[in-house]
Design a protein around this ligand. Structure first.
Ligand code: FE2
Length: 278
């Protein structure tokens, strides 16, 4: 465990600023959130995974080369510690995604869940405008927040994130012809780009296939179904290094019971449900 990975206090003023940006524009950038030594260590681990193709089953190659590295939470505990522990992002997620009526968990703790940690490799063709939330809505309450931990500088030539501001409450799917309203986010290594999952977004093309690694993680309210059973695939040696809060974000406190004989709760469990070993 690295000293500078532990959450520190976030001033209410700074957290409010980011929250305001997400609610108004649908996105924000937390500048210099991750120190350069941590960025280097993460890059080193990612490059090792890429070069050894350690994740044979989960490396999805795109037609143009490059691809996604998925399920990174199962590879290195550091990915979880950094992504779940960044104090401004954590504070934002608690403010925006926590269920205030989740009585089995302390109020100051996260009760949201994640949808896996992955990385986007040097794909040549940019992602078209899309939403991450499956369905659009105009609600003032977001149900999901996506984050990109930038590990190498992103610019218009290497596939940076593109967003269409204020579309998160448009109640419509992404209009792929809205390129005139697109804003390119040229972020630096160590920044974290954060957006409401309903925001129209994509990535720029990366024709030279320059390396532009980042760690991607989407978080949602606890009641939304995770696409994969992350709690079934996490190795026990990684589970043993997690805090109760981190285990809960993986999904261990929201696993549906088999029926009402097994539990009368609606998959809103507290830390007492956590097993010693998995
Ligand atoms: Fe996306």
């Amino acid at each position: 465990m690295h000293d500078d990975l532990s959450p520190s206090a976030v001033s209410e003023q700074s957290a409010d600023c980011y929250k305001h940006a997400i609610l108004e524009d649908g996105y924000t950038i937390i500048k210099k959130a991750v120190g350069s030594n941590i960025v280097e260590e993460l890059l080193c681990k990612l490059r090792h995974i890429i070069s050894t193709r350690k994740q044979y089953a989960t490396y999805k190659t795109s037609e143009e080369g490059g691809g996604y590295l998925t399920d990174l939470q199962n590879e290195e505990v550091m990915f979880i510690k950094v992504v779940f522990g960044e104090p401004i992002l954590r504070s934002l997620l608690i403010a925006l995604l926590n269920d205030p009526f989740y009585r089995n968990m302390p109020k100051e703790k996260a009760n949201y869940i994640f949808r896996g940690i992955r990385a986007l490799d040097d794909v040549a063709k940019g992602l078209p405008l899309h939403i991450d939330s499956v369905l659009p809505s105009s609600s003032r309450y977001p149900t999901g927040i996506s984050s990109s931990f930038i590990l190498e500088n992103h610019d218009r030539n290497n596939g940076c994130v593109l967003v269409v501001p204020k579309t998160h409450r448009s109640d419509t799917f992404a209009d792929r012809s809205a390129s005139d309203r697109v804003v390119a986010i040229e972020a630096k290594a160590g920044d974290v780009v954060v957006w409401d999952t309903r925001l129209w977004h994509g990535t720029e093309d990366n024709p030279q296939r320059n390396s532009r690694l980042s760690l991607l993680c989407t978080f949602t309210s606890w009641h939304l179904k995770q696409p994969l059973r992350h709690y079934d695939t996490l190795p026990n040696h990684i589970y043993q290094q997690l805090t109760d809060e981190e285990k809960s974000i993986i999904g261990f406190c929201s696993i549906p019971a088999r029926d009402n004989f097994e539990s009368h709760h609606d998959a809103k469990f507290g830390y007492e449900c956590l097993a010693e070993e998995i």
